[in-house]
Structure formats: C-alpha cells, structure tokens
Design a protein around this ligand. Structure first.
Ligand code: ADP
Length: 543
C-alpha cells in the first residue's frame, strides 16, 4: 500500500523559485573579469536564469541536450546552473585547466551543442575549434562593451542574448530523474569519464549539505566557494545556498590568490568557505606573512585531498576557525562524509580533537559506506582494518555517461568502488589511508602515503610534501618523501627523517628525501602523483 503523500518531482527549478520568493533580497557578490565587485540579489539572478531559459528554448535544442560552460565562479555561471538545468537541458561544466586533448575529448564525447565561455577562454576555444566542429555556437559571458575580437563562428554576447528576453518563464515540470548536469572526472588514468547528475540526486544532496553536522548553513550565513563551479558543482553550494537563502561570494578568477581571498572574506563578512587544501595553504601563508587574522570566518569545509593536521591546528589556534574535513568524489555529487564532533566526544582534549579532525569524517545520511578486503568481504569498523571503500546512495553515480558498465567500478551487489583505501573506527569516523593506486607496498604490508605527508607537513620548514612509492630491490617499494621547503627555511634530510620518529611506525619512515622547487598539481589543485612518479622514474635509493 502506498502512502497518501503528493508525488511532486524534486526539481532544480523549484530551488530557484523558492529562493527568489523567500530570500530574494539576499546578495550574490562576484569578482568578474569585467567588474572587480559585482553585486546583485538572488531575485535578480533567478530572473536572469528565466531570461536565459527563454533564450535557450529558441535555439532549437531538445531536452537532455548538453550545453557546456567554461567559466570561473561568478553570478553569470550561477545563472547557467539554474537556466540550463531548469529548462530541461544538461549543464556541462568544463574545467578550463585541463590539457587541450582532454578538453577536445570531453566536448566531443558530451556532444555539447553550445558553449558558454568567459572572455579569457575565447583564445583557448579558438585553438580547439578545428577539433570541436560539432559545437553550433558560442556565448561569451560579458556585455557588448567587453566583447573580444574573435574568429569563433556564431558568437553571441551573453548580456545581449538574455537582455532580449522576458524574465517570465514557466519552468517545465520534468521527470525528477531527468539528467541535469554533467561533470567529467580529471582522468588521471585513461580518458575522462562523465558523471551525469539528475534533478532528484541534486535536490537530495542540496537538502543534506546545510545540516548542522555537515555545512551548517542557514539564511544568516555568507558562503565563499573557492571550489570551482566546474569541480563537482562546487560541492553543491550553488544549490544549498539558494535553498536556505545564504549570501554567496564568488571569487571569479581570484581562486588561488591569498591576498584577494583574505580581502573578500573580511570585507563581505564570510562565515563559511570551501576549498581544497592547497588554496588554504596560500591564504594561511598570506595571513602569517601580513599578520592578519580571519575574524569573521567560522568554518571552512576542506576536502578533495587529505588535510594536514597542521592546517587544522593553524585555523583553530591562530584564527578561531573550525576546519571541517569532508570527503567525496565527482561520482558522489560529491558529499560522502563530513567531520564534526558527535555526542559523547565533547570531553576530548584539544590534541585528541585534532587527531579526530584529521579523519575524513562520519557518513552522511544518504551515503552508505563499507570497507572490503580483496575478496569483497566486509571488514570490521575497528579503526585498524583497512580496505577498499565502497559507497551506495541516491546521489552516487550508477554508471558513467555512455560507458554502459564498461568502467568496472560497480560491484555486482550495487555498490560503487571509490578507488580509495580507508579505515572506519567504532564511532563511524572514516579515514582515507590512500588512493588504491598511491598505496606504498612494502614487504607485503601497506604504507599510507597520506599519513606520511600529513606528518611531514607538521614540520615548520615544510611548505608542501608528497610521498610516493619507489621500487626497492628488497621491499618491492619504499617511500620517498618529496618536499618543497618553506620560504627562507632550511632543513636537512636527517632532521626531516628524524622528525617522523614517534609519529609513525619506524618501518614507515621514508628511505630518502628529495627537495624540489614546486610540486605538480592537477587542474583541481591536488598533488599530481602520477606526474611525480614519472619525474622520479629513474630515481634509485642510496645504498
Ligand atoms: P578528481 O580529483 O579525480 O577529479 P574528485 O575531485 O572526484 O576527482 O576526487 C575524489 C578523490 O579525492 C577521492 O576519491 C579521494 O581520493 C580524494 N579525496 C577527497 N576528499 C579527501 C579527503 N578528505 N582525504 C583524502 N582524500 C580525499
């Protein structure tokens, strides 16, 4: 027997309409290439999304067609999120920092019909043009005064396109399982793979993110997503913030600039900011150098890569900011776990709290977790046993776009294998020990590169650290520590290696240290281990 509740579809357009009605006056602040501080309201942005939807409906597209965006975080990109998905098309966000071959692959694989681009990516698209011939037209996201000279065919100015349209629009009542957005994983191995979100998964994810133990968001908050709108939908912020009516501050192209981020956080009274660890390194370095304190920020949600203990400590002790670690993936919309203190743990000492905060966090309702051994048997949640981390839930991908099971990432009993290796403790806190492919296999045992990196980051002379496994004649592999020294600091190999004693098991201590000027990063700011392994392919440990 069914219950007697209305079966209303969960649609992205309803978030926009709810936000315009109940939080219409809330501000959206953006840094853009044509305006250092653009201000508008949620009402304005939703009205302009409706104008955009009217314009899109005249392009002869069918529901489900892909429309790409290549743009930084700003209000126009937010309008695309709602205008494209709300009108029934698929908003395909593209990471402009990918290699040209990857961009060409992604645009062709997605069969993007139109591309909306920031002015600064026009030259890039001109270069790609001969290989993306199926794209019918390009919309440059600026006004007529800032339109660039370009050889791109069928080019339209965004403000002119939507300026001709009414802000009245009746959003189609779509099936909630209709595709809404598409995002390709970085593809560190093989071709990038497309994750196709739907309205239902997006709205469910948007409901859960503002919960107190996750992002803790309400209408009184002001949120700065440093995580790009092209990186897993900026972790869902564009949806959750409008759902609760939080103010949004978009940093535009100023993502990795410590001084610019500090100024935005301070002047706009930002209470919550989100991003990968590398962007916070830049901010913390700026604050330390200029003796600035983050007085207004309350929380940062940091994820996408392991978070060093020293970073959590610096946020807490120097700035009074709670760093919450989150874990997830493009395939997971992305939230899987988030780390906050749960009832019964309030009496932990400051040090114990720091230890706990280095874990990826507890499972969020809606995302089931399990760890399994090589034979697929479930492992205990004792904080010691580690195995392949698998997940299941309504905002986890069931397949990749046009791969039809070919990726081999799902188990026969319906779980998604994340490619991460993890432990889960009796309280339910999960800790990532490694990516399956980064684990160091030494004498039949596993060493966690992440734990070694975290330990190294605690040393004051270390600005950034990476650990990779290097072939060893006796042990198969042994860890090599690769370090970028902090500015003006010197430290010897011996001192660094001695620093690990007591922090990790003795047999985990790296065999050697290499000093480099900088580490290679992926387009989303993570350390590119694959590149490091290539760089050190000929390296041999000293006898
Ligand atoms: P990509 O970087 O390949 O585009 P994602 O952004 O989806 O893909 O990254 C997902 C991966 O990032 C996870 O599988 C995990 O390895 C890593 N990751 C995310 N959050 C954390 C975390 N808190 N600690 C350690 N690793 C993390």
């Amino acid at each position: 027997m069914h219950g007697l509740m209305m079966n209303r579809p969960l649609l992205i357009s309803s978030i926009a309409e709810h936000a315009a009605r109940f939080h219409g006056d809330r501000e959206i602040v953006s840094v853009t290439a044509d305006n250092p501080r653009h201000r508008c309201t949620i009402r304005d942005a939703v009205g302009r999304s409706r104008q955009l939807a009217n314009a899109l409906d005249k392009l002869g597209l069918s529901h489900g067609d892909r429309i790409a965006t290549i743009a930084w975080n700003d209000y126009r990109h937010l309008e695309l999120y709602y205008g494209i998905s709300g009108a029934g098309y698929v908003c395909h966000t593209i990471n402009p920092r990918l290699f040209p071959e990857q961009l060409i692959f992604i645009i062709n694989h997605a069969e993007d019909r139109w591309i909306f681009t920031d002015v600064m990516f026009v030259p890039l698209l001109e270069k790609l043009l001969p290989q993306i011939e199926n794209v019918e037209g390009f919309v440059v996201m600026t006004d007529e005064a800032h339109m660039p000279e370009t050889s791109l065919p069928n080019v339209v100015c965004y403000e002119t396109l939507i300026g001709a349209e009414s802000s009245d629009y009746v959003w189609p009542e779509l099936d909630e399982r209709s595709a809404s957005a598409l995002c390709y994983t970085s593809g560190t191995t093989g071709d990038p793979k497309g994750v196709l979100y739907d309205h239902r998964s997006t709205v469910l994810h948007a409901y859960v993110a503002p919960a107190p133990d996750v992002m803790n968001l309400s209408s009184t908050d002001c949120v700065l997503p440093v995580v790009p709108l092209f990186h897993v939908n900026a972790w869902g912020v564009p949806y959750s913030c409008l759902m609760v009516g939080a103010k949004i501050v978009f940093p535009g192209p100023k993502m990795g600039d410590g001084a610019a981020l500090f100024e935005l956080l301070d002047s706009e009274n930002v209470t919550m900011a989100l991003g990968v660890p590398t962007v916070w390194l830049a901010l913390l370095q700026y604050c330390a150098g200029e003796e600035k304190r983050l007085d207004k920020l309350k929380y940062t949600l940091v994820g996408g890569a392991a978070v060093p203990r020293s970073m959590i400590e610096e946020f807490r002790d120097k700035h009074g900011v709670e760093l919450r670690q989150g874990w997830g993936m493009t395939e997971m919309s992305p939230l899987g776990t988030c780390n906050s203190i749960k009832a019964g743990l309030e009496s932990l000492t400051d040090d114990e709290r720091l230890d706990l905060a280095t874990k990826a966090g507890r499972g969020i309702f809606g995302c089931e977790l399990r760890i399994v051994d090589d034979d697929g048997h479930e492992l205990p949640w004792d904080g010691v046993a580690y195995g392949a981390l698998q997940v299941r839930g309504p905002w986890i991908c069931s397949d990749y776009f046009k791969l039809e099971g070919g990726a081999g990432t799902h188990t026969d009993d319906g779980w998604f294998d994340t490619g991460d290796v993890a432990t889960i403790d009796p309280q339910g806190y999960m800790a990532i020990t490694d990516r399956t492919k980064d684990v160091i296999k030494s004498g039949g045992e596993w060493i966690s590169s992440i734990e070694l990196e975290n330990a190294a980051m605690g040393h004051p002379a270390v600005a950034e650290a990476a650990v990779i496994g290097v072939a060893h004649p006796k042990w198969t592999e042994r860890p090599l520590l690769i370090i970028v020294r902090a500015e003006g600091q010197d430290v010897s190999k011996e001192d660094l290696l001695a620093y690990f004693r007591g922090k990790v098991a003795d047999w985990w201590i790296p065999n050697d240290v290499a000093f480099v000027e900088e580490l290679p990063h992926t387009a989303t700011g993570k350390i590119k281990k694959i590149e490091l392994r290539k760089q050190f392919a000929d390296y041999a440990f000293p006898d």
